[in-house]
Design a protein around this ligand. Structure first.
Ligand code: 5GP
Length: 200
């Protein structure tokens, strides 16, 4: 069985990457598995422990780092976020395509470990639209929104290091474009695999 592909989706807070990932997962043809990260941030209303994130204490998070259990981790807005190594490796070995929805510091670390990972950066149509989305979803305080907008600037400066940049102006169009990237990647891998098995 061939190994699955690793896809990383990043984008500033409020670009709608969570919704995009949900849509990608809902289409079973994509054969995707979404990795559940661990975080030290507070659980928000509507979030489910073990589904949205695994919520852990800073002590537990540091223990996991110390035991080499994290594929990558980063501090974002004062909280730790990290990807569990074991699950990702297991899913890839089982031939599943894995999606990590993580911020750029972590994404770039992943690219260093898995050079064939496909890094996709989702950008908003405008900064004004991004701010409006953050305000409308009413999840963060004004101060937290300012922090997230400041982080967005640095994050967008990293976009050029990604394999693909996709604008989320229209959800369906954005999901279609990413699905095209997934299919294109699978086709290219198949071609290379076939060449490797060809007699000459
Ligand atoms: P939020 O608090 O809005 O759920 O997430 C804040 C940021 O952390 C988002 O950009 C999200 O993609 C990122 N993030 C979530 N999980 C991980 C992770 O495991 N590693 C890294 N590096 N970033 C993560």
């Amino acid at each position: 069985m061939s190994k699955g592909c690793l896809f990383v989706i990043s984008g500033p807070s409020g670009t709608g990457k969570g919704t995009v990932c949900k849509e990608l997962l809902a289409n079973k043809d994509n054969n995707l598995f979404l990795s559940v990260s661990s975080t030290t941030r507070e659980k928000r209303v509507g979030e489910v422990d073990g589904e949205t994130y695994n919520y852990v204490t800073p002590e537990e998070f540091k223990r996991m780092i110390g035991h080499g259990e994290m594929l990558e981790y980063a501090v974002y807005s004062g909280n730790y976020y990290g990807t569990p190594k074991k699950t990702v490796e297991k899913m890839l070995a089982e031939g599943r395509n894995v999606i990590l929805e993580i911020e750029p510091q972590g994404a770039l670390k992943v690219k260093g470990i898995f050079p064939d990972a496909v890094l996709i950066f989702i950008i908003p149509p405008s900064m004004a639209a991004l701010k409006q989305r953050l305000v409308d979803r009413n999840r963060e305080t004004e101060d937290q929104i300012e922090k997230r907008l400041a982080a967005a600037k640095w994050e967008m400066e990293q976009a050029a290091k990604y394999n693909r940049i996709v604008v989320n102006d229209d959800l369906d169009a954005c999901v279609c474009e990413i699905e095209e990237i997934l299919r294109d990647n699978a086709k290219k891998r198949e071609r290379v695999d076939n060449l490797l098995h060809e007699k000459y």
